[in-house]
Design a protein around this ligand. Sequence first.
Ligand SMILES: Nc1nc2c(ncn2[C@@H]2O[C@H](COP(=O)(O)OP(=O)(O)O)[C@@H](O)[C@H]2O)c(=O)[nH]1
Ligand SMILES: [Mg+2]
Length: 428
Amino acid sequence: MSGSNAHDIAARHVAPWPVDARVATLCDIRDSEGGALDSAIVTLFEAPNSYTGDTVVEIATHGGDLTPALVIEQLVASGARPAAPGEFTRRAVLNGKMDLLQAEAVADLIDASSRPMREAAVRQLDGGLSRRVLGLRSAMLEIESLIAYDIDFPEEDEGPVPRDRILEAVDAARTSLEQLLATVPRGELIRSGAAVVIAGEPNVGKSSLFNALVGRSRAIVTDVPGTTRDAIEAVIDGDRWPLRLIDTAGMRDTTDTVERMGVELSQDHIRAAHVVLACGDSATAMENVLTQIAALGTAAAVIPVWTKCDLTSPTQLAREEENAVPVSASTGAGLRELTARIDDELSNRYDSGGTDAPVVTRARHRAILEAAQVELSAFRRGWISNELPATVAAVHLRSAVHSLEELIGSVDVEDVLDRVFSSFCVGK
Ligand SMILES: Nc1nc2c(ncn2[C@@H]2O[C@H](COP(=O)(O)OP(=O)(O)O)[C@@H](O)[C@H]2O)c(=O)[nH]1
Ligand SMILES: [Mg+2]
């Protein structure tokens, strides 16, 4: 319970009342008639030294469905009310215990379905992204104050602040924004998982490979079954990246309308993939699939996979192994090597920024950073061309600063708070 009367409400149901704040105390929990409900650990927090910044009581009852519900019922009868989704964290933001970026990190940490997502959330919770954004904001405020001089002394050709110095500062801020925006693809990969499409002619063993990879995965995060003709997806926890495995319909020319749809669908998947596993169980099948993928012009990393390697003679395999990763869904051979190879391809492409730099993982952040970038560029153009009076150019700068403040939640943005916290689970 969080709020100024939290202790008063709890005191009607908790005995003995804990002597000290922030000390876990074993207490009896009673209903309004004094009947015993539970024996529970009660911890008091005095404002502002709590998660929300309010006065807080934490009651750790025994588990199950009934006991906690009965205790809550009693507290509500005594004047408490159930919290709205994310209300505790919302209060923490409003009370200045954390900024909006950190609050979002709390939600991301709870929702994290892969280790990279969890790591990014922990770093954001720690304030890594906030510090970057605050640094950018103060750089822009600095530029604003330089311009203020220029506006105050318009009659001087070269005001007290050289125009080049302002331009340099603007360009430094743009570079910093660009660097943050450059982490967007990595952030999307972390949030949604890398699309790993299993492609190949019918019967080369795609579905078997899909099942084998899902089967050996430590954690299957989601399982999205489709029809046999449709693509089937499952998100598995790769070693470094969450992998969204997609089993597609076979690639071959066909006149069957339903199967044709399946083929077109798999072509779309291949075009949008991060990684394509080009599967073949013979030299011809391998050549065909690689030709078809090349014709689609995908930007994905293409990994040739020699399927059913348990059926291939060792001499043949030795020849093929140079190019393709040999796997067998039947024996499990090569599956670990294949996952490692997928991880490597993704790391080569998306690890460039260093793994502990802040990452932009939310669409909200991306949109705001892009808006700030646009305003900063508009300012720069106006400033260089001298077409705009400095006061007008400065409006763009102000908008950019305001964007960053919205990002971090330091301006009054009730609707932003509503949107962010509506996605929270109840009780956080
Ligand atoms: N020996 C062997 N047979 C396999 C292997 N993988 C798949 N098969 C067989 O090949 C056939 C086609 O497999 P399937 O996964 O349905 O291929 P898809 O049409 O590409 O999805 C089935 O009869 C499988 O049992 C494998 O690793 N070893
Ligand atoms: Mg299949």
